[in-house]
Design a protein around this ligand. Structure first.
Ligand SMILES: [Zn+2]
Length: 319
């Protein structure tokens, strides 16, 4: 009887201990949930503060890089931004891809791209993200002296098949401005008179997020007419506004590249109104703190660009 009582006691004691442990675990989980929620709310309320902390961490990272890399002793006074379009596996750089001269100029042979990226890697260039560029232009972040920004326009499949493995090899980063209406379309023509090319699909692009970030190049306002205007500049305001909203909701982007690299006053105003924070054109020039953030210049890299010119651009020696 005594033994049974002892056993019962033990059993009760065990049950009590079990219940206590469960209660403690529940309390712990509950307090963790509360703490997480509180932190999230605090972070949301003080978004600026969180961003400042992240910036300070980034700055530290660059400063340690500056100390290590002898030639990077200065902070960049301006930044070269490079624009690429499509790529092709081709050994002969002089081969014409098509009879359309304009089309030939925006398809770069793989070997040429690889040599350019090798040069950047050998010379310890930093490939900045657009978020970094924005903070730099706002005067909130210093970037290493040897910094470039790589951008790819339109969203061609060749970006994934040819450029991606090369970027990945060097742990480089590139911003892709997507014509969101072309994504998932097997073949799409970016201009009224050009041959349709293969585009990325949403699965491709989700899988390449380690090297690429995606931004807006309109949803379907990219088409260039033979008279040189684009849908973005020529279509009614209502249509263009709706298009921007669609593209923004698909990419979540606050950065934009004008179709065919040309800014127009109406487009600029509209982008600001729709909450975009930077917009890029194609025009030779470097980005600095005095640059209009809605007409940021980019150098177009074409097959006719030789190694010397590429190096001059990257080292801010080009005009
Ligand atoms: Zn384009």
């Amino acid at each position: 009887m005594k033994r049974f009582f002892q056993f019962f006691l033990n059993k009760r004691a065990r049950a009590a201990i079990f219940a206590l442990v469960i209660a403690l675990a529940q309390a712990l989980v509950f307090s963790l949930v509360l703490t997480t929620a509180a932190t999230a709310t605090q972070a949301a309320e003080t978004g600026e503060g969180v961003q400042e902390t992240a910036l300070a961490a980034l700055q530290k990272q660059y400063e340690s890089a500056l100390n290590i890399i002898e030639h990077n002793v200065q902070n960049a006074s301006s930044i070269p931004i490079l624009t690429y379009h499509s790529f092709a596996k081709q050994t002969d750089a002089n081969k014409k891809w098509s009879d359309d001269a304009a089309e030939n100029s925006w398809i770069l042979p793989e070997k040429q791209f690889e040599a350019q990226m090798d040069y950047l890697a050998e010379n310890k260039f930093h490939t900045a993200t657009l978020e970094e560029l924005e903070q730099y232009l706002r005067g909130k972040l210093k970037l290493p002296d040897r910094t470039v920004v790589l951008t790819f326009d339109d969203g061609y499949r060749s970006n994934i098949e040819i450029a991606y493995p090369i970027l990945k090899k060097h742990k480089f980063h590139a911003a892709v401005f997507l014509i969101t209406g072309a994504i998932g379309n097997e073949r799409y023509s970016t201009a009224a008179s050009r041959t349709p090319l293969d585009f990325m699909n949403w699965t491709d692009l989700n899988r390449r997020g380690d090297a690429f970030s995606y931004y807006s190049h309109t949803h379907e306002m990219h088409t260039e007419y033979d008279n040189g205007t684009t849908k973005f500049a020529a279509e009614p305001l209502k249509t263009v506004t709706r298009d921007l909203i669609t593209s923004k909701s698909l990419t979540g982007a606050v950065y934009f590249a004008y179709p065919h690299g040309r800014a127009d006053a109406r487009g600029k105003a509209l982008l600001k109104e729709q909450g975009f924070r930077m917009a890029f054109i194609i025009e030779r020039g470097y980005a600095s703190r005095s640059t209009d953030r809605f007409a940021i210049p980019r150098f177009s890299v074409t097959p006719s660009m030789d190694d010397d010119e590429f190096r001059q651009i990257c080292n801010r020696e080009a005009s």
